[in-house]
Design a protein around this ligand. Sequence first.
Ligand code: SF4
Length: 361
Amino acid sequence: MPGCGEKLEKLTSGSQFDVCMPGECLQMLTSSACITYNQNAGGCNRMLKVLLHGSCSYDCAYCPVRLDRSRLAFAPRELAETFLNLYQKNLAGGLLLTSGIPYDTDEVMGELIETARILRSGGYSGYLHLKILPGARREDICEAARFADRISLNVETTGESRLRTLSGIKEYAGDIIKRLGWIAEAAPGRHTTQLVIGAAGETDSEIFDCVTSLYERVSPSRIYYSAFRALPKTRLALRESTPAWRSRRWYQMDYLIREYGFNRTELLPLLEDHSTLPNDDPKALLARGREPVDPNSASFADLIHVPGIGTVTAHAILQTRERRTIRTPRDLGVSGSCLKQALPYLAFSGAARQATLAGFR
Ligand code: SF4
């Protein structure tokens, strides 16, 4: 029988494909179980990401978990106690619990919930992220939402026909989209999802439609994007992996939609001539060719369209100009690379020419 340490090692490495941070920095600590992030996730900065079951009877073409024949698994109490031990020793600051599905979905979902229940009844009040399995029952989703800070179900791809190329078992509308609706009701503002970019050959136009529709219909607090990796021995082992920059561009697109409220019409030109987004900052691409903006008269919406200017800076500019005219880049309250990005798109009232970095010095 494998010991707890061996299980932790294998079942944490099997969970690495579930992303819960953009730009996730996977760095094993001295304990191989702990994964550290470069930013906070849900209030914790070291999260144990672990599978309850390391094998799966599903058939997702890119997934290495389905190949595991060892049937390595934790029992709910065993995992809860293992995690609490790490938590008390300050080796883990939070838990993301997911699982392969080696047998009945409801049974495995019940085990995930049971682990969460044991943790909470054992006094654990820290961060807990529970994965919802495709096809999970509504009552189980509600129960998971009761115990967890965050729940998530991976949408994986953009539609039924794309999913069919990846799995003959999962059903897009029923197992995923319908469940995402239930998740949104059970945990409003506390749920996320993940897209695997490129696994099913999705175009960026399809991803765009999928992402905008998800934000409109089920309002996830955020969507994660992982670039498809062709892993040895999986059915897609010979397929070309998706370049990392493509998921990076999707995080940038996502930010424009979610944080800046860019609408479809504004973003569609980026996709007009490409089935794939250009490898460039989408905000900068949209700004090129536009008239420079005067920070003394521009609306908030115009300001946040300027590369290098985000919502905080835009608000600060609005406040500054109530007190005085913004005459020079120095008055903007922006510095460094953000200023460098913004200057080509700004024109200051009364300035004879567009501001330049040289003029700033
Ligand atoms: S459901 Fe699919 S993606 Fe999830 S563990 Fe099983 S085979 Fe892998």
